[in-house]
Design a protein. Structure first.
Length: 305
């Protein structure tokens, strides 16, 4: 067990893809996350070695942007061929010890809805919380609605995030408003603009050309964020509509534009994840033809004080 080094990036990315194959994970994103996490997050990335090879990792830190103090996360993944040999247990134990030392009251983790993962979490004292549904769309065969169907509503135009390169603040304001309205088990406050730029706008997986933005009379109204991995995989980072523009189908319009752009760019698979209680986005993705790929559960452990 040791701290992550940049030379571990390929192995860590492989372990994450093995455990969660639908995520957009590359060696570059692994290094970037480790190097650019906010100081207040106390981010740490540990790796487990077996016979000189990195076989798993655990990323951990505190939810510094939550109004409730003492909340932390720890997400662990072990490559398929190395499971059942103690690496996962050692990583989780190390993460719990580190976070406990920071005064953590609760640790949140994600796990797949499969017997081995669920049993592993529950035996360690974690209790089940919210669910997340990961959905997949085959872009090579999907019958996406035509972009020109009926034309755009009056006053609406479609742009990309690349069009906001000189001043992304309008996108930040839309993202901040939608983030605080998103259902979840940890209430998150919108980050300051400078932090948003560093954590989201400069994220190496963000594809600004494939991220679509619906603008109404010059104001950003809705958006659909695209992350890509250069391997034909596309992940919807966030699709949202500002409160004043909801109920007009603008999120669906933006996402349709983004999916068309993704297919034209050579993406073959589109993935997205929605909270189990996020009925509106679940309905939108079903309308596009997304099918359930996996169910994840958020598990929580309360640490003794």
């Amino acid at each position: 067990m040791r701290d992550f080094r940049a030379t571990d990036a390929e192995a860590v990315a492989a372990a994450r893809r093995s455990a969660f194959p639908y995520l957009v994970t590359t060696p570059r994103t692994v290094v970037w996350q480790s190097d650019n996490a906010p100081v207040e997050q106390h981010y740490r990335l540990l790796v487990a070695e077996a016979d000189g090879q990195v076989v798993g990792s655990s990323e951990m830190g505190v939810f510094h942007d939550s109004d409730e103090p003492g909340l932390a996360f720890a997400n662990t993944s072990v490559i398929a061929g190395a499971r059942g040999r103690g690496a996962g247990s050692a990583l989780v134990t190390a993460a719990e010890e580190y976070l406990s030392g920071l005064g953590t009251a609760k640790i949140f983790v994600w796990t797949l809805d499969e017997p081995s993962s669920v049993t592993f979490a529950e035996r360690r004292g974690y209790r089940r919380s919210r669910s997340s549904r990961v959905q997949r769309l085959d872009l090579t065969a999907a019958a996406l609605p035509p972009l020109s169907a009926g034309g755009l509503p009056d006053g609406v135009e479609l742009r990309t995030a690349a069009d906001f390169a000189d001043d992304p603040r309008p996108l930040y304001e839309a993202d901040a408003e939608c983030t605080v309205d998103e259902p979840g088990d940890v209430d998150m406050a919108a980050p300051p603009y400078a932090e948003w730029l560093a954590r989201y706008w400069e994220h190496p997986a963000l594809d600004r050309e494939l991220t679509s933005v619906a603008v109404v009379d010059g104001a950003v109204a809705a958006f659909s964020v695209a992350h890509t991995d250069g391997r034909g995989r596309y992940w919807s980072g966030m699709t949202g509509t500002r409160r004043a523009f909801r109920g007009r189908g603008l999120a669906k319009l933006a996402k349709n534009d983004s999916l068309h752009r993704a297919r034209s760019a050579g993406c073959r698979e589109a993935f997205t994840g929605n909270d189990g209680d996020n009925g509106p986005m679940l309905a939108v993705n079903k309308w596009f033809g997304y099918e359930l790929a996996a169910t994840e559960w958020r598990y929580v452990r309360e640490l003794s004080t």
